[in-house]
Ligand binder design. Structure first.
Ligand SMILES: [Zn+2]
Length: 332
C-alpha cells in the first residue's frame, strides 16, 4: 500500500519578528501585523491577545514541506545544540541562534499548529523552538553514527551500565536527558551486552517513535492530481510533526542527504523533488536554479577581484576555474 504524507503549513505573508512576552517571561515568535493591511488585521485578529480563529488566505500562504522540502528537518536540526541540555536557559535574544531561528520561521512558517491546541503559545517560544531543534540535532547525529557504524560516536549516546547490567542513554546529550524522563521501560534487548551499533539503531527508532506517538493525522483516500491512481493520504497537522515524519521516512528508507553548495538547503541524494528532473548521485546543488546562481556568483566574484587588482592565477584558484575559462569570463 502506498501512503502519501502531506501537510498544509501556513506562512504569514508579512513576516515574523521576536516579541518579548512578560507573562511567560520569554521571547515569542510574533506576526509583523504592522506590515499587513490593517483592515484585514482588524477583521481577523482580536486586538488584545492576537488570537486568530483560522488562517485567512488574505494574510497567509500555504505550502507542503513534503513536496517542497523533503529534507527540511536537516536544516532545522542545525538550529539546535547537540551537547547542552536546557540550553534554552542560556540563549539570549542577541545571540546568533535566535536570528537564525527567525530566518527559518520567515522562510518555512512557525512550528505551531491549530489555534485550538494548547501548545500554540508554547511552540512560539524561543527556548522551546531551540529545544525542539536540539532534539533533531541529537537524533540526526545519532542517525549518522548508526549509518557509519561509528562506535566512538555511538558511545556519546549509549553506555553499558555494569552495575545494573543494561544499556543506558547518556545524560550528556539532549536525547539522553529526554529519554531518562520519558522512557519508562527499556527494551528487553538492552539487558544483553550485545553490540552498540544494534543498540544505536534501536535508540534511534525509540527516539523517533516517541515523537511520532504524539502526532494526530487526518487520513483520507484521494485521487492523485496527475494520473488515475487513488492513494491513501495522511495529513499531519504542524510543521514540527511534518519534520519528524520526514525524519522517520528518511530512517526507514535509509536515505542519504547532502547540503546544497549554494543555498545550504539539505536534499536527498538521488531523489528529485516532485516535478523536477532526477538528480545524478554526485550532484552538489539542490536545484538547477541553484547551479546557475552558483555559476553566476563565481563570475561576479572573479570580476570583482579583477577590479581590485588581483592576479589571474589567484582569482582562478579562488573561484575554482581554469585560466582560459576565467579569461573568457573577464573578456581579456
Ligand atoms: Zn540550493
Amino acid at each position: 500500500m502506498y501512503v502519501q504524507f502531506s501537510a498544509r503549513v501556513p506562512r504569514f505573508k508579512y513576516g515574523y519578528q521576536w516579541q518579548y512576552n512578560g507573562e511567560v517571561g520569554e521571547w515569542l515568535i510574533d506576526y509583523r501585523l504592522e506590515k499587513a493591511p490593517q483592515d484585514e488585521v482588524r477583521r481577523n485578529f482580536s486586538s488584545a491577545d492576537r488570537v486568530l480563529t483560522e488562517y485567512p488566505d488574505s494574510l497567509f500562504d500555504f505550502y507542503d514541506p513534503f513536496v517542497a522540502d523533503p529534507a527540511l528537518f536537516r536544516n532545522f536540526a542545525e538550529l539546535g545544540s547537540f551537547a547542552e541540555y536546557r540550553s534554552e536557559e542560556y540563549l539570549t535574544i542577541d545571540d546568533d541562534k535566535p536570528n537564525r531561528v527567525l530566518q527559518f520561521v520567515n522562510r518555512y512558517g512557525d512550528l505551531s499548529g491549530s489555534f485550538a491546541e494548547s501548545s500554540w503559545i508554547e511552540m512560539r517560544q524561543l527556548g522551546k523552538i531551540h529545544g525542539c531543534a536540539s532534539w533533531f540535532r541529537a537524533a540526526v547525529e545519532l542517525q549518522e553514527a548508526v549509518r557509519r557504524s561509528d562506535e566512538d560516536r555511538l558511545a556519546r549516546f549509549l553506555e553499558w551500565d555494569n552495575q545494573f547490567r543494561r544499556w543506558t542513554f547518556r545524560h550528556t546529550t539532549v536525547l539522553g536527558a529526554m529519554f531518562n524522563f520519558s522512557i519508562r521501560s527499556v527494551p528487553a534487548t538492552w539487558t544483553q551486552k550485545g553490540h552498540i551499533v544494534d543498540r544505536g539503531k534501536e535508540a534511534l527508532e525509540l527516539t523517533i517513535t516517541h515523537f511520532l506517538s504524539r502526532q494526530q493525522f487526518r487520513t483520507a483516500i484521494a485521487r492523485q492530481p496527475l494520473g488515475p491512481r487513488t492513494v491513501l493520504t495522511c495529513q499531519v497537522s504542524t510543521l514540527l510533526d511534518a519534520m519528524w515524519m520526514q525524519f522517520a521516512s528518511a530512517v526507514a528508507d535509509e536515505k542519504q542527504y547532502q547540503q546544497c553548495a549554494f543555498c545550504h538547503k539539505w536534499f536527498s541524494k538521488g531523489e528529485a523533488a516532485a516535478g523536477r528532473r532526477r538528480r545524478r548521485e554526485d550532484q552538489t546543488f539542490c536545484t538547477q536554479s541553484c547551479r546557475v546562481k552558483a555559476y553566476q556568483h563565481r563570475q561576479t566574484k572573479a570580476r570583482q577581484m579583477r577590479r581590485n587588482g588581483t592576479k589571474l592565477p589567484d582569482i582562478a584558484r579562488t573561484v575554482a576555474t581554469d585560466l582560459p575559462t576565467l579569461k573568457k569570463w573577464l573578456g581579456e
